[in-house]
Design a protein around this ligand. Structure first.
Ligand code: HEM
Length: 443
C-alpha cells in the first residue's frame, strides 16, 4: 500500500512538472530542463501552424485571434516545442477525438509535458502512472468505476444543497469590499469561492481553504518553480494522507469517508486510488471554476450592455452562464496517441500529445453562429466547455451553480463596475485559462 501511495505521489509530481495550469513566472525563452531532460528552446513563434506555443504571451492574452486565423487553413496545427503535439481547433475534430478513447488515451493529460513524455515508449501502464488522478487521468476500466463513484456527489439534487453555503460565502466576500469602491475581482472574489465549497464537500474545515489555495497555486500556477511546485504537491498529498487516517478512525458523511467505506467487487478501494480521487476533486474543482467566474466578471466589466441587461433581466442568467462558459471556456486537456495514426491528414505518432482545445471548438463558426459574440440569450448552445465523451466533467452541475450564484450575488450588490484603467490584467493559461488579477472599480 505504501508503494502505491508513493507511486501516486511520484505521478502527481510528474504531472505537476508537466504544469497543469502552466502560468509561468519566468519568460518562456529561459525554460531549461525538467529532471535533466532538455526542453525544446522556446523563442518567439514565427509560424503558428507548425510551431505553436500555448505559453506564448500573445496566446495567453488573446488565443481567439490566433485560432481564427488558423482554423480555415490549418485546423490542426502542430508543434515540436516541449513535445510533438497537435491542437485541433474545430468542433468536429475535438469532439471526434474526445470520443475515440482507443487511439487517444487520457493517461497523460497535462498540456505542458514533463520528462516521462520525452520517451515515446514510456508507458501508459507503468508503475508510476498506475493510478494517477482517476478518473481524469485514466482509461476504462479504472475510469468507469471511479467516475461512477464521484458522480452522485455532484448530482443536481446534491448540488442544490450546496447553494445556501455558496450564497453566504459570496455575500461575506462582498461585505469585505463592496464599500471600498474597488476590488480585485479575481483574487478577492472568484478565487475565494470554489475552494471553500470543495472543502465542504471533502469534509475539510473551511479555515484550511487558504492553505489549499496556496498548494493548488504552487502546483498549477508556479509550475516553473520546482521548489514551490514540490511544496504544493507534497502539501496536498501529505494532507490527504493524514485525512485518510483520520477518516478511518472517525468516519463522517463526507466524500473521503464514503470512498474509504466503498467496496468494489468485494474489495475496499486501494488508498492510492482514494488519494488520487480526492486530489483530483480539489484540483479539478478549484482552478477551473475560479477561472470561469473571473472571465465572466471580466466580460461584464468590459461589456456594460450585457451587464445591464443581466441586471434588468435576471431570468436570462442560466442561459448567460452557458454562453459565458462557451465564450471563455477555461479548460484544455491533453490526450496521448496510443499508436501511429493518420487523423485528417495529420501523421500522428504513438506518444504524441493532442491538446483537446475545447475553448477553440466553442469558437468554431461551423458550430456556432457568430461565435465571437457573447449572446446572453443564444438559442442553440451545444458548447463543450465541460468536455465531450466519457471524460465529460463530473462536476459540471456544481460549476454551473457556483458561477450562477457568484454572478447573481455580485450583480445584486455591485451592478455597475468597470476595469481599473491603471492596473494590468494578468491571465493564466496553458491548461486552465482565466484572469489572476482583475482590478475593477465600482460606479
Ligand atoms: C467551470 C468549471 C469547470 C470546467 C470548465 C470544467 C471542465 C472540465 C473538462 C473540459 C473536463 C474533461 C476533461 C477531459 O476530457 O479530459 C472535466 C473533467 C472533470 N471535471 Fe471539470 N470542470 C469544471 C469544474 C469542475 C468542478 C467544480 C468539479 C468538481 C470537483 C470538476 C470535476 C471534474 C472531474 C472529476 C472530471 C473528470 C471526469 C472524468 O474523467 O470522467 N470539474 N472538467
Amino acid at each position: 500500500m505504501l508503494t502505491t501511495l508513493r507511486n501516486s505521489l511520484v505521478w502527481f509530481r510528474r504531472q505537476s512538472e508537466d504544469g497543469l495550469d502552466g502560468t509561468h513566472a519566468e519568460p518562456s525563452s529561459v525554460r531549461s530542463t525538467v529532471k535533466g531532460v532538455p526542453m525544446t528552446p522556446t523563442g518567439p513563434v514565427t509560424d503558428w501552424a507548425t510551431d505553436f506555443d500555448v505559453m506564448d504571451p500573445h496566446y495567453l492574452s488573446d488565443p481567439f485571434s490566433i485560432w481564427d486565423v488558423l482554423r480555415p487553413t490549418c485546423p490542426i496545427p502542430h508543434t515540436n516545442r516541449r513535445k510533438s503535439s497537435w491542437m485541433p481547433l474545430r468542433y468536429d475534430d475535438v469532439t471526434a477525438i474526445a470520443h475515440d478513447v482507443e487511439h487517444f488515451s487520457s493517461l497523460k493529460v497535462a498540456v505542458i509535458p514533463g520528462d516521462e513524455d520525452q520517451d515515446p515508449n514510456a508507458n501508459f501502464d507503468g508503475p508510476n502512472l498506475e493510478y494517477g488522478l482517476p478518473p481524469i487521468s485514466s482509461d476504462p476500466p479504472l475510469h468507469t468505476w471511479t467516475r461512477r463513484l464521484l458522480l452522485p456527489w455532484f448530482s443536481h439534487k446534491r448540488v442544490e444543497t450546496y447553494v445556501p453555503l455558496t450564497r453566504d460565502l459570496c455575500r461575506t466576500l462582498l461585505d469585505g469590499f463592496a464599500d471600498k469602491g474597488c476590488a480585485d475581482a479575481a483574487a478577492d472574489y472568484a478565487q475565494q469561492i470554489p475552494v471553500r465549497v470543495i472543502a465542504h464537500i471533502l469534509g475539510v474545515p473551511a479555515e484550511l481553504a487558504d492553505t489549499f489555495t496556496g498548494w493548488v497555486r504552487d502546483v498549477l500556477e508556479f509550475a516553473d518553480d520546482a521548489e514551490r511546485r514540490q511544496h504544493g504537491a507534497e502539501g496536498l498529498l501529505n494532507f490527504f494522507l493524514k485525512q485518510l487516517e483520520e477518516r478511518r478512525q472517525r468516519p463522517g458523511d463526507d466524500l473521503l469517508s464514503e470512498l474509504l467505506r466503498t467496496e468494489v467487487d468485494g474489495h475496499r478501494i486501494d488508498d492510492g486510488i482514494v488519494l488520487g480521487m480526492a486530489a483530483l476533486v480539489l484540483i479539478a474543482g478549484v482552478d477551473t471554476t475560479w477561472s470561469a467566474i473571473g472571465s465572466s466578471l471580466w466580460h461584464l466589466a468590459t461589456h456594460p450592455d450585457d451587464r445591464r441587461r443581466l441586471v434588468r433581466e435576471p431570468e436570462l442568467m442560466p442561459g448567460a452562464v452557458e454562453e459565458l462558459l462557451r465564450a471563455y471556456s477555461p479548460v484544455t486537456m491533453a490526450r496521448v496517441v496510443t499508436e501511429d495514426i493518420d487523423y485528417a491528414g495529420c501523421p500522428m505518432k504513438k506518444g504524441d500529445k493532442v491538446l483537446m482545445n475545447f475553448p477553440a471548438a466553442n469558437r468554431d463558426p461551423a458550430a456556432f453562429d457568430h461565435p465571437e459574440l457573447v449572446q446572453l440569450d443564444r438559442a442553440q448552445n451545444r458548447h463543450v466547455a465541460f468536455g465531450s465523451g466519457i471524460h465529460r466533467c463530473a462536476g459540471s452541475n456544481l460549476a454551473r451553480m457556483e458561477l450562477q450564484v457568484a454572478l447573481e450575488e455580485w450583480l445584486g450588490r455591485i451592478p455597475e463596475f468597470s476595469v481599473a484603467e491603471d492596473r494590468e490584467i494578468t491571465w493564466a493559461g496553458g491548461q486552465v485559462r482565466g484572469p489572476r488579477s482583475l482590478s475593477v472599480v465600482f460606479a
